[in-house]
Design a protein around this ligand. Structure first.
Ligand code: NAD
Length: 502
């Protein structure tokens, strides 16, 4: 009897449904074998030092930029993105490589720490950053390159080896970028595996640190397994980002920003504008401007189209359900509202007369919809924006930036963009972190984005000549115990400090 055929991933073009390529699934044995090879290679990679590693990262960046057309074509094919959306991924993501190649030396330098008390005074204290040997990246389907490079660049720069599992529906471009690492002849510290949840589970088992990006439901499962394994994990999860539009906003800019922030990449962005709160005074005017801007968008897979397909049919089903449920509860559809023909299309959609009894305002839609809700004032907008299980980011639209900063202080989200959308994402010096059910830990954020891939080692060295008679060591005696007691009391604040009132 012939053995059963090896399982494959059958990748289709979301824009047409046409078969694109089949690739083999990597099972747990293959994942563990790769992990072993990566661990062996990591030692030399670590010892190469930040400057040596930066050289390879820059050569890889050059390879990606030399292959922009090929990578963009592949990305368009497997995700259904329109070309301008895909180009952001294949070019702007190199920023993450540049930043960490340029700064790794500085961020990894051992840090001298000042002594903080009497007991540590005779010691020289150093904090040293030592890479986790093997980092596992688990990547979703909405940005197969950006969400890979955002984490791969700092992890490699830190001196880790990296095992990446891309999404089972969009593995091709990520795998090709990793082939680029091999084509430049870089050390074998970066590998790609293909597969769905089973392969992801094997990656979680095999690595030392897990960086997961995906849905809150899967993230929770991954975190539970990491808790059992006592393995560090960082989670970037779902969102339901609010936009708040105030009466003193530049309404033209707000309308265009919100339309781009809600519809870019067919709304499949973790920090998409998913719900809009507009104060009563300008509600109708903003709705008219958003309707005009949305109505002008062209959808399809051609060179002149603005909005592409969605990656999966299941995601189109979710969007359709949210619109159907909103309608059933009294919402009105002013633009769009229907599935398209031929591929995974859903028309850019404007919903009004919505409220928090509707799934379109409470669940992550992850599609090209903009539900706009009328609110009485700023306070109601803030309360509703915070009335969510998620806390990824938000936008505030007003000409008064001091007012916007005061509002930011009251929003329970990891980032606030004032009069703009998405701008925090490419501000590599700022952290990208979800609060509440949107995540645990952070990515990027300058030095923090690289040091998260390191274990911190504390080192103490004596400052004074060494003897065998340390005050607190053996042998104990009544006299030494009395002296040690006085010193320890002084250190603890019962002596000089207390007299000085410190
Ligand atoms: P998903 O959770 O279904 O899958 C994410 C990845 O996890 C995939 O590679 C999948 O194969 C893998 N996986 C599934 N089960 C697993 C398991 N048991 N163990 C290990 N890995 C497993 O998410 P998705 O549908 O691919 O992506 C969309 C979601 O990602 C949305 O909720 C979106 O908001 C979120 N997202 C978040 C961010 C962020 O930075 N916060 C960025 C992009 C996307």
């Amino acid at each position: 009897m012939n053995p059963p055929p090896a399982p494959t991933l059958d990748i289709r073009r979301p824009a047409s449904g046409e078969a694109l390529r089949s690739i083999p699934v990597d099972d747990a044995d293959r994942v563990h074998a790769m992990a072993q090879d990566l661990r062996s290679a990591q030692i030399a990679w670590r010892d190469l030092g930040p400057d040596g590693r930066a050289g390879w990262l820059r050569r890889w960046r050059a390879w990606i930029l030399d292959h922009t057309d090929e990578l963009t074509d592949l990305l368009v094919a497997e995700t259904g993105k329109v070309r301008p959306d895909a180009l952001v991924e294949t070019t702007a993501s190199c920023e993450f490589i540049s930043f960490y190649a340029d700064h790794a030396n500085q961020f990894l330098a051992p840090e001298r720490v000042a002594s903080t008390g009497l007991l540590s005074l005779p010691k020289r204290l150093t904090r040293s950053y030592r890479p986790h040997p093997l980092v596992g990246l688990i990547v979703p389907w909405n940005f197969p390159i950006t969400l890979f490079l955002m984490d791969a660049a700092p992890a490699l720069a830190a001196g880790c080896a990296v095992l990446t599992k891309s999404s089972e529906v969009t593995p091709l471009t990520c795998a090709r970028v990793i082939e680029g690492w091999q084509e430049i002849g870089a050390p074998p510290v970066l590998q790609h595996v293909s597969g769905a949840g089973d392969t992801g589970e094997a990656v979680v088992e095999a690595v030392d640190f897990v960086q997961f990006t995906g849905s809150t439901a899967t993230g929770r499962r991954v975190a539970m397994r990491c808790a059992e394994l006592l393995k560090p994990v960082s989670l970037e999860l779902g969102g339901k980002d609010a936009a708040i539009v105030l009466e003193d906003a530049d309404l033209d800019r707000a309308a265009h920003g919100i339309v781009w922030g809600g519809i870019f990449n067919s709304g499949q962005v973790c920090i998409s504008v998913e719900r809009v709160y507009v104060v009563d005074a300008v509600h109708d005017e903003l709705v008219a401007k958003v309707a005009a801007a949305l109505g002008a968008l062209k959808q399809g897979s051609g060179a002149r189209d603005d909005v592409g397909a969605m990656v999966t049919r299941a995601q189109v089903d979710t969007v359709e359900r949210h619109v159907r449920e909103a309608r059933a509860c009294g919402a009105r559809v002013l633009v769009g509202g229907e599935r398209g023909d031929g591929g995974n299309f859903f028309a850019p959609t404007l919903l009004v007369d919505v409220d928090h009894s509707m799934s379109c305002m409470t669940e992550e839609t992850f599609g090209p919809t903009l539900p706009i809700m009328r609110v009485a004032d700023e306070a109601e907008a803030i309360a509703l924006a915070n009335d969510s299980a998620y806390g990824l980011s938000a936008t505030v639209w007003t000409r008064d930036t001091a007012r916007a900063r005061r509002i930011a202080d009251q929003l329970d989200v990891g980032a606030v963009n004032i009069n703009d959308v998405f701008s925090n994402l490419f501000a590599v010096g700022l952290p990208h972190n979800g609060w509440k059910s949107s995540g645990l830990g952070a990515r990027l954020g300058g030095a923090q984005g690289l040091r998260k891939y390191c274990r911190v080692q504390a080192i103490t060295e004596p400052r004074l000549p060494l003897t065998t008679k340390e005050l607190t060591w053996y042998p104990y005696s009544a006299r030494r115990t009395a002296i040690a007691g006085r010193v320890l009391r002084l250190a603890a604040g019962r002596g000089l400090r207390q007299r000085l009132g410190l």
